[in-house]
Design a protein around this ligand. Structure first.
Ligand code: ZN
Ligand code: FE
Ligand code: FE
Ligand code: ZN
Length: 285
């Protein structure tokens, strides 16, 4: 693997790394990893992870990800970015959790030298189920969607195949958020299992552009995660280079408000905790 630039010493950067970016191989994003890295440099972001939607071998979500045969292209694009970019670029992937995914995913994440594996639940029952909803937008019974969603997130953690849970309360992209007591009932078992797996969650700033108009997850979920010693990363979920580091100053404030004092820097699927930048008056809002 290409030699990477030295990681900037922690604390000197005003913003954390952006560990959730896509590229045009997934068919619904623009640009190459190098474009995202250059945009990060311009935005004052110290490093990024390329985390495009992982391929599958069973046609799961085939229209929204690279084909399995295209994975080597992706790996090459990331190596190009690592060689040419002004900042460290991690080799990551955003892999869906769904029942049965382990059969392929366990071998896949073993085979390649990833720095970081994001885990996402985008569907509840991709191939259908007689009595349960298929996707998060199937809102005839929002409560059922939230309950099943967090059950899947807990199962995701139990696989031990992932480092970071992406967009932890994603159903709010489509559905109203349940009242706190119900959210607690559904989410806490999942958070306990994320903690037991030693994983992190991310503050995903793309939520500010969606229905809920706030990052994933909410302050409440962040605080519950913090209480359990769950780690933290930041991700824009950028699908175009100009979104890299989007709203990161606000996200850092939110993290501090929830009680976090560090975020995780990953490499080769290991992490170290780096102090969060304290808000400067110029970016505080
Ligand atoms: Zn996407
Ligand atoms: Fe996602
Ligand atoms: Fe994503
Ligand atoms: Zn995503």
């Amino acid at each position: 693997m290409a030699k990477r630039p030295d990681i900037e010493s922690p604390g000197t950067c005003a913003l954390p790394p952006d560990y959730h970016t896509h590229n045009r191989l997934c068919k619904h994003a623009e640009g190459l990893p190098l474009d995202y890295a250059r945009a990060a440099k311009a935005a004052g972001i110290p490093q990024i992870a390329a985390t495009d939607h992982a391929p599958t071998d069973d046609r799961f979500g085939i229209d929204h990800r690279m084909a399995l045969e295209e994975f080597e292209i992706y790996a090459e694009w990331v190596r190009d970015a690592q060689r040419l970019s002004p900042l460290p670029v991690l080799f990551g992937i955003e892999a869906d959790y769904y029942r049965g995914c382990e059969r392929f995913l366990a071998r896949f994440v073993e085979k390649y030298d990833f720095d970081l594996v994001l885990g996402s639940v985008h569907f509840l029952n991709y191939w259908g189920h007689p009595t349960e909803p298929r996707g998060l937008a199937d809102g005839c019974d929002p409560d059922l969607v939230w309950r099943l969603y967090f059950e899947r997130v807990a199962e995701l953690a139990d696989t031990r195949l992932y480092d970071v849970v992406a967009h932890l309360d994603l159903p709010k992209r489509f559905l109203p958020v349940p009242p706190t007591d119900r959210l607690r009932e559904y989410a806490l078992p999942a958070l306990d299992r994320i903690a037991a797996a030693g994983m992190a969650i991310e503050i995903n700033t793309s939520g500010a552009r969606h229905l809920a108009q706030e990052p994933y997850p909410s302050l409440q979920l962040l605080a519950w995660a913090r209480e359990r010693g769950i780690g933290l990363t930041f991700g824009s979920d950028a699908h175009s280079p100009n979104r890299v580091g989007d709203r990161f100053a606000e996200a850092v404030s939110l993290a501090l408000q929830a009680g976090f004092r560090t975020s995780r820097y990953y490499e080769c699927r290991r992490f170290r905790e780096v102090p969060l930048p304290l808000p400067s008056p110029a970016v505080d809002r």
